[in-house]
Ligand binder design. Structure first.
Ligand SMILES: Cc1cc2nc3c(=O)[nH]c(=O)nc-3n(C[C@H](O)[C@H](O)[C@H](O)COP(=O)(O)O)c2cc1C
Ligand code: SF4
Length: 414
């Protein structure tokens, strides 16, 4: 079995709506242990675990935690449950199947950093998760795991659920901060970073749902023990949302270092009707498209960094040989045309031009000049967009130009 269950270990075993069921299954033991430690020691354990954020970019969690802990005065913690990246459904599964684990992770970080107020930001489409998380907060407050004087240790932490309204860009941290402040979800120029100036210009830490769910486990087993799973630079396990033309679609949890091929063939049982794989998109619409011969690549942040994108969300979308790469690229790019907030020109105008160029290729009307224009424009959008949306949306185009260049040439009119 290549699966190793840490964050999904309670799925199907606990009743998500029962706090007693969670407590019976080691629930809140991580928080109980954390409050016996000095807050700095809690962050030391997170540092030893070498855990990197599960929201896509793989940023080391202890750096943000320590920055927030060092900040004076009111500060905030946000759990990013927006999950707008197409092909991902791991955070919804965590919130719906083990919601107390999310709360416990947040409470541990609140204790460690001194934050007294937190938000769980959930995309509006996830109505079930929203209901479950609200009920879970109430149950945790009633049992003394949230609210005032938590576990009689004199520390307070209040949590609130906020939800989006169908926008993808609010998953980006500054857009989310604006939305929490009650404004339209539009990004800000960085730096300053959220841990310096976030909600109401106060220090704010944002982590992904899956990142938070790892914290209770890290505190219970210890950072060094946690770091024994995975690879030296990508420790622990990763939830994988497997979809597309695969026989067994679903959510799987594997140690970092597992190959993409093993996930597709051992867990996903291969391609439907045993067709050949044409391409695999990693991470979601803003992730790279890779050919079949690269499937032995391991799931690991260092590998993903080569693509300069949010590949690390853990989505694997399998696409068989019946599909034209231009149809897939057009689906991605039309998504970005729709989701661009319009604040900066490279993203607002650039995606529309990319769609026009891709349509030319799809319809065999493109020239070699169009190929150069596509390549140049993709680089301009990536390098000059204001926020992460435009900075990562070109990954599928750039990777397709690298690995599927022949597909472009077959469509060029000479
Ligand atoms: C356009 C865009 C959308 C994003 N959407 C999400 C999202 O839905 N969920 C998420 O956790 N991170 C998302 N991110 C990444 C967040 O900005 C942030 O880096 C992340 O929540 C940090 O958590 P982590 O350190 O635990 O990974 C998005 C980034 C961009 C640029
Ligand atoms: S890159 Fe796109 S989404 Fe981000 S600020 Fe510019 S227009 Fe808005």
């Amino acid at each position: 079995m290549i699966q190793e269950k840490v964050v999904s270990k309670r799925f199907g075993k606990v009743n998500p709506l029962s706090i007693d069921s969670y407590i019976k299954y080691d629930g809140y033991k991580g928080l109980e242990k954390a409050v016996t430690m000095h807050p700095t020691q809690v962050i030391d354990e997170i540092e030893k675990s070498k855990i990197r954020g599960r929201g896509g970019a793989g940023f080391p969690a202890h750096i943000k935690a320590r920055a927030l802990a060092n900040a004076q005065g009111p500060k905030f913690i946000v759990c990013n449950g927006d999950e707008g990246e197409p092909g991902n459904f791991k955070d919804r599964m965590l919130m719906e199947n083990d919601p107390h684990a999310v709360i416990e992770g947040l409470a541990i970080l609140a204790y460690a950093t001194g934050a007294r107020k937190g938000y769980i930001y959930i995309r509006g489409e996830y109505q079930n998760a929203i209901k479950i998380m609200k009920a879970t907060i109430q149950a945790a407050e009633e049992k003394g795991f949230l609210g005032e004087n938590i576990l009689n240790k004199g520390f307070d932490f209040k949590l609130e659920v906020r939800s989006g309204a169908g926008s993808y860009v609010v998953g980006e941290e500054f857009s989310m901060i604006e939305s929490i402040e009650g404004k339209p979800g539009r990004s800000r120029v960085k730096p300053p970073f959220p841990t310096d100036k976030g909600i109401h210009d106060r220090p704010t830490l944002i982590n992904n749902v899956e990142t938070f769910v790892n914290f209770p486990h890290i505190i219970l087993v210890g950072g060094n023990e946690f770091a024994k799973v995975g690879t030296p630079s990508s420790t622990g396990t990763k939830l994988i949302s497997l979809s597309g033309n695969v026989k067994n679609k679903g959510l799987y949890e594997v140690p970092f270092g597992t190959s993409i091929r093993d996930v597709i063939f051992q867990l996903g049982k291969g391609v439907r009707n045993n067709r050949p794989i044409k391409m695999v998109q990693l991470g979601g619409a803003s992730g790279p498209i890779i050919p079949e011969y690269m499937l032995d690549m391991s799931i690991d942040f260092d590998r993903f960094e080569n693509f300069d994108s949010k590949t690390g969300t853990g989505a694997i979308i399998v696409i068989d040989d019946r599909y034209d790469i231009f149809d897939i690229l057009l689906i991605n790019m039309k998504f970005f045309v729709h989701q661009s907030c319009g604040k900066c020109a490279p993203c607002r105008e650039g995606h529309i031009q990319i769609v026009n160029l891709l349509n030319k290729f799809k319809n065999h009307r493109a020239t070699e000049k169009d190929l150069m224009s596509l390549e140049n424009l993709a680089n301009v959008i990536q390098q000059t967009s204001l926020c992460g949306l435009g900075q990562t949306s070109m990954t599928s185009i750039i990777s397709s130009l690298r690995y599927f260049r022949d597909d472009y040439f077959t469509k060029v009119r000479y």
